[in-house]
Design a protein around this ligand. Sequence first.
Ligand code: MN
Length: 393
Amino acid sequence: MLKIVHAADIHAGRPASRELDREKASIRRREIEAGLSRIADLCKRAKADLLLLSGDLFEHSHARATWAKEAREVFRSIGETRVFISPGNHDPLVRDSLYKTVDWPENVTVFESDAIGEVVLEDLNTVVYGLGWRTYLEHRRLLKGFRKAREGFFSVLVVHGDVVWNAAVSDNGSQYLPIHLEDLEGSGIDYAALGHIHAPGKFTAGEMTAVYPGCLEPLDFGDKGERGVFLVSADKREGEAGYDVQAEFIPMALRQMRSEDLDITGLDTLERVRNAVLSVGDRSTRKRDLWAIRLTGVVEPEIVFDVPELERMLGDDFFFLRLIPDYSPGYDLKALTAPENSSLEGRFARHLVGLREGLIAKGDERSARVADLALQYGLDALRQGKVILRRGR
Ligand SMILES: [Mn+2]
């Protein structure tokens, strides 16, 4: 049985979000850089024959030469595992690429051409095909018409690219090496080791199994959920052509990105909001993960929470916390819009509520939302002499 560890999009060197303070940014950067050695540990434990790295291993403009030296030693430490790297859009084979300036160990193959190359591994009855990016954008459909050159081997393709799902409808002109499903289906490949999409996913096209392992560590707040690598095994089918391919997702990320809504209706002090925020998740995930918490609900109009201060108060409880105010002021619209209310506030509220309802009736949700905000800001201005921004940052 052939054993493969397949990873992509490590993005070593990537600077952490500017929102992180210096200490945490450097922790995070180090964690992302060290991802490769955790993958190597898995290769040793699983006795992997192959390690496939499908691009964006590092960021050309940010990766340190010292990281590349560490990476070289990590690869050397898994001498039993053959490593295949297909550079992507963040680590293309430009002139001063670390792929060219570092003396990589013998077990490492970097696909340096943007034409598909092949490496035949007779002892494993396997052929590995792959290609590398040479520029930061690649609009060419480089796999178009590709067909494996050899029969009778287990065939693997390593490539960083963008599967275009609706190619039959329109080729949307991806700038990230568009791959049409027919390019994979017609290739005769058994396993396509893809990279570029940061969420893990697996699909089949004909007899072929294709996997996007996703990024190793979440890199942006959009990268929610587990992140990791795929452990793949391939077995020749008894007495017939083809292989049974199993691809299992192995979570490996040290931290997760989390988003939650928190209803703070009725809370009237910073301390109470602080305690409510501390009811989200559990102690260990708060300490470990990067959180974005949206404060929703209805709050007394006079109350404005100092969100940066709140984040400071909670700084030790979360690895990282971003609070997004999105609550509404609890103006008593029923009393304000009552016909007998002849105050300026009353007339203003009746006008805006009427406007808003008209817009809702027309199905114009967006303008209705603007009218609602105008109502809140107007009432703030009339009652408190200032406009209060409760939303967004
Ligand atoms: Mn990437």
